[in-house]
Write a protein that binds this ligand. Structure first.
Ligand code: 57M
Length: 359
C-alpha cells in the first residue's frame, strides 16, 4: 500500500524513489512485522491466557514438558496477522504471487485455527481429525498449485541443485508436485514445533535464505549470470520473506525458552505451507530438502519411527519421535537441543546458498 501511495510522489520529491527498491521495502517489511508481534505480543498472550487457551501437555511425553501445562497457545494468530499487515503495507500489490502467498498464509492459518479452536476453546480433545486436516490442506494446495502453474511465464520444469542443465518438464503433473511440496512442508513444520523456539528459529533461517533466492530469481541479469530460472515478478517475494522473518523474530521474543506462548497449528501449518509455496514460486522446490533440512529430518524421524514401530510390533529406532524428543530423553537440556538444531539449520542454509555457484 505504501508502495502505491508513496512511490508516485517521486515525480515531485525524488526521495520517494526509494520505495521502488525491493531491498528497501524488504528491510521495512522485516521491521514492521517484528514490531507488530513485539508490541501486540503481551496483549495477545494475556487475551489467550484469559480465554483459557492453555496447552494440554501429554503425559506420555518427556516429563520435563509437564511444567509447560497451561502455556497459552495459538500465538500463530499474531504471526499470520503481522505477516499479512506488513505485506499489505510494503509489497507491490499488483504482483500476482503476493496474493497467492496471502491466500496460503490465511488459508492454512484458518485450517490450523479451526483445529486449535476445537481443541483449546471447545475442549474437543482431538480437534479436526487427521483425515479432515489433510483433505483441507490438500485441496487448498491443489488450488494454489493450479494458480501458480497457470501464471503466464511460470516454468513448469523442475530445478535440481548441482545439475542446472537438467530440468524435466512435468507438464500438468507440476500441480500435483507443487501441492505435495506445500502440504509436506506444512506438516513437517508442525511436527518440528515441539520445543520452545524449535520451529520458529529454522523458519526464520529458511525465510532469510529464500529472501536471497527470490531476489536473484526475479532479477533477469543475476538469474542469467547464475544460470538459474528467471521467474518474472518473483523478486517481490523477497519483501514477503522479509515479513516472515520479521514476524518470526517478533514471535521468538516470546516463544524463546522458557516460552510464554506456543504458536499452535494456526502458526505451524501456515508457516510451513507458505515456505513450501515460496520454494515452488522461486523454482527452488527440490532445494527445500536442504534449506529446510531440519524439518525434513524431523518428519523422516517420525516416518521411520512409526513404520518400524508397526513392522516390529512395538520396537523403536529412537527413544521417541520426532527426533527432538529423542535427544531430550537422552538427557540433553531443552535449550541445548534447540540451539544445536538451529546451528544445523544455519549450516544447511549455507550449503543451499552455495548451490547458486555450483553446477
Ligand atoms: C504437534 N505438538 C506438540 C503447541 C504447538 C505421528 C506423531 C509423531 C505426531 C506427533 C504430533 O502430534 N506432532 C504435531 C506437535 C505440542 O505442541 C503444540 O502443538 C503445536 C504445534 N502443532 O504450537 O501448541 C507440545 O510440544 C511442546 N512445545 C513446546 N514449545 C513450543 O514452542 O515445548 C510446543 C511448542 C506442547 C509442548 O509440550 O504441548 C507435541 O509434541 O505434542 N506426535 C508426537 O510428537 C508425539 N510422539 C509420539 O507419539 N511418538 C511415538 C511414535 C511411535 C508415534 C514414539 O516415538 O513412541 C509426542 N508428543 C508429545 N508427547 N507431546 C509424544 C509424547
Amino acid at each position: 500500500m505504501l508502495y502505491h501511495l508513496l512511490y508516485p510522489l517521486h515525480i515531485q520529491f525524488s526521495v520517494f524513489n526509494v520505495f521502488r527498491y525491493i531491498t528497501f521495502r524488504t528491510i521495512y517489511a522485516v521491521l514492521t512485522a517484528f514490531l507488530i508481534c513485539f508490541l501486540l505480543g503481551p496483549w495477545v498472550i494475556r487475551r489467550l491466557a484469559g480465554m483459557q487457551i492453555g496447552q494440554y501437555i501429554r503425559e506420555d511425553g518427556p516429563q520435563a514438558h509437564l511444567k509447560k501445562t497451561g502455556t497459552p497457545t495459538m500465538g500463530g494468530t499474531l504471526i499470520v496477522f503481522s505477516i499479512t499487515v506488513s505485506t499489505l503495507l510494503w509489497c507491490n500489490l499488483a504482483n500476482y504471487y503476493i496474493w497467492i502467498l496471502l491466500l496460503v498464509i490465511t488459508g492454512y492459518g484458518a485450517i490450523g485455527f479451526a483445529d486449535d479452536y476445537l481443541k483449546q476453546v471447545k475442549k474437543q480433545n482431538k480437534g479436526l481429525s487427521a483425515l479432515q486436516k489433510i483433505t483441507m490442506q490438500s485441496l487448498l494446495a491443489l488450488v494454489v498449485g493450479t494458480l501458480i502453474y497457470l501464471t503466464p511465464d511460470f516454468p513448469g520444469t523442475l530445478t535440481f541443485p548441482f545439475f542446472k542443465k537438467y530440468s524435466p518438464d512435468l507438464g500438468l503433473f507440476y500441480i500435483l508436485f507443487a501441492a505435495l511440496v506445500i502440504v509436506g512442508t506444512s506438516n513437517a513444520v508442525n511436527l518440528t514445533d515441539g520445543l520452545d523456539g524449535l520451529a520458529i528459529g529454522p523458519a526464520i533461517i529458511t525465510a532469510v535464505t529464500y529472501m536471497i533466492f527470490a531476489y536473484v530469481t526475479g532479477h533477469v541479469r543475476i538469474a542469467e549470470y547464475l544460470q538459474i530460472n528467471y521467474v518474472p515478478g518473483s523478486g517481490e517475494i523477497t519483501v514477503f520473506c522479509g515479513a516472515i522473518a520479521g514476524a518470526g523474530l517478533g514471535f521468538l521474543w516470546f516463544n524463546a525458552y522458557p516460552a510464554q506462548v506456543f504458536m499452535g497449528d494456526v502458526g505451524s501449518l501456515s508457516l510451513g505451507a507458505v515456505i513450501g509455496t515460496v520454494a515452488v514460486i522461486t523454482k527452488q522446490e527440490i532445494l527445500l530438502i536442504i534449506v529446510g533440512g531440519l524439518f525434513v529430518i524431523e518428519a523422516l524421524s517420525v516416518i521411520f519411527q512409526v513404520g518400524f514401530f508397526k513392522m516390529t510390533k512395538g520396537k523403536r529406532i529412537f527413544r521417541m519421535a520426532p527426533l527432538h524428543h529423542h535427544f531430550e530423553l537422552k538427557g540433553w537440556p531443552e535449550p541445548k537441543v534447540i540451539v544445536r538444531f538451529w546451528i544445523i539449520a544455519i549450516a544447511l542454509a549455507l550449503i543451499s546458498l552455495s548451490t547458486l555457484k555450483l553446477r
